[in-house]
Write a protein that binds this ligand. Structure first.
Ligand code: ATP
Ligand code: MG
Length: 403
């Protein structure tokens, strides 16, 4: 059989089977294995109730991960393994959460509540593959198809709309016709879903191999989440997405590159972290700056403003934006940082106190002088030495106080 279950996961399944319960590997891991991909997260589904699962693993550490939904985590040889009771999700009045969760002994009912056919298979070594929705067929044809009626399923949980597109993008699959129609028809339901959950799916989606195709094909879904995506998707974003590295900061910058003024507010609206916003915001702000047209001094100044990490991220982003990007800029930037060249005030061979002591300048004036000194060093008008800088500081102070 094609499915190799990792030893710890399999021993958990065997323990449940030995105790007389049903137990299977389910969901993404089964899908990825059959598709020849490496499976990361192995989820187990069982007919045992959470309390019964705990009894089966009485000698082990067990964590109540989501006992209300029937999920516990068992630690086997140091590895956490999630085990969830077969369940039916009943009634979704808010397009988000099931009103109640009902447990069942029937794996087929558990598979029926799952989102897409390729995610709705179960496997164990005793029974082999449980495939009741022709999932293998869809997997072979690379198709994302809802389990059951798409309108019903998207109304139950609107997050599935963006999940469908995420799987299509990441796996490089297409969306089955009725599922695609229903996604477009029901897209406004996404407004009922917490933005954090949408953002999480969106960030994975835009890093997928099929991101360019999916964002174009389902433009109306994306503009429903973020209206500001419109000009990017109509413009260069798809091309940049197909060329940029699979990193959410870069991909989102591609989508917002045409709207730099609106971007900071959009990133906050998506509830992204400050760290994410700092990098992505930088890529958007300077993404279209023609670095080859900058003077040596301006180039160094920007390197100083952005710091080594962000500057090299910007170069790699620009490589995706401009087909004619000048590769030499990478080595120029590398040289600046490797040689520890002075590109910011903190790199000057003089500090605020030195300026104040040698010139008598105070407060804001000290900062102004330091900034002018940096410009002189960047343009190589003077060397970055204490003597030269002190002389220049005195001259600058004199000039200023004669104005
Ligand atoms: P990956 O781990 O690569 O994201 P996955 O398929 O494991 O892929 P998860 O989000 O971890 O995705 O969900 C695990 C499984 O739970 C899915 O395969 C699916 O069967 C089911 N599932 C998750 N979210 C939903 C949902 N909103 N509606 C229905 N079923 C879902
Ligand atoms: Mg998973």
């Amino acid at each position: 059989m094609l499915i190799e279950i990792p030893a710890n996961v399999n021993s958990a399944i065997e323990a449940l089977l030995d105790a007389g319960f049903d137990a299977y590997a389910v969901g993404g891991a089964v899908r990825d294995c059959l598709d020849g991909r490496h499976a990361n997260d192995w989820d187990i589904a069982t007919s045992a109730l959470a309390q019964q699962t705990k009894e089966v693993f009485a000698g082990k550490r067990v964590i109540d991960t989501g006992i209300k939904h029937g999920t516990v985590t068992v630690i086997i040889n140091g590895e956490p393994i999630e085990i969830t009771t077969f369940r039916i999700d009943a009634g979704y009045s808010d397009n988000r959460h099931p009103d109640s969760v009902e447990f069942t002994k029937d794996i087929c009912l558990d598979l029926s509540r799952r989102d897409f056919t390729v995610n709705a298979m179960a496997y164990n070594h005793r029974d082999g593959l449980v495939d009741i929705f022709s999932s293998q067929e869809d997997l072979k044809n690379k198709i994302i198809r809802c389990v059951g009626d798409p309108d019903t399923r998207f109304n139950e949980d609107a997050l599935r709309i963006i999940r469908a597109l995420r799987f299509a993008s990441v796996l490089g699959f297409s969306v089955e016709e009725n599922t695609a129609k229903s996604i477009r028809k029901n897209r406004l339901l996404l407004r009922n879903v917490a933005i954090e959950r949408i953002t999480k799916e969106l960030c994975r989606l835009i890093c997928g191999t099929n991101a360019a195709k999916i964002t174009s094909e389902f433009k109306e879904v994306f503009t429903c989440i973020v209206p500001e995506f419109e000009s990017g998707i109509n413009g260069q974003a798809p091309v940049i997405l197909s060329r940029c590295k699979p990193c959410a900061e870069h991909a989102l910058a591609a989508l917002l590159l045409d709207v730099p003024d609106a971007a900071p507010e959009v990133l906050r609206r998506l509830r992204l972290s400050n760290k994410f916003i700092a990098l992505c915001g930088t890529l958007i702000k300077y993404g279209k700056t023609d670095l080859s047209a900058l003077s040596k001094s301006e180039f160094r100044k920007l390197a100083g403003i952005l710091s080594e990490e962000y500057f090299s991220e910007l170069l790699s982003f620009q490589k995706a934006v401009f087909p004619s990007f000048d590769e030499n800029l990478f080595s120029e930037a590398k040289k600046i940082f490797e040689n520890g060249e002075c590109v910011s005030i903190s790199g000057l061979a003089i500090n605020g106190k030195n300026v104040s002591d040698s010139t008598g300048a105070k407060g804001v004036q000290v900062g102004e002088i330091l900034s002018l000194l940096l410009d002189c060093v960047l343009s190589e008008e003077i060397p970055n030495t204490t003597e030269a800088l002190t002389e220049k500081a005195k001259a600058l102070y004199k000039e200023k106080n004669h104005d």
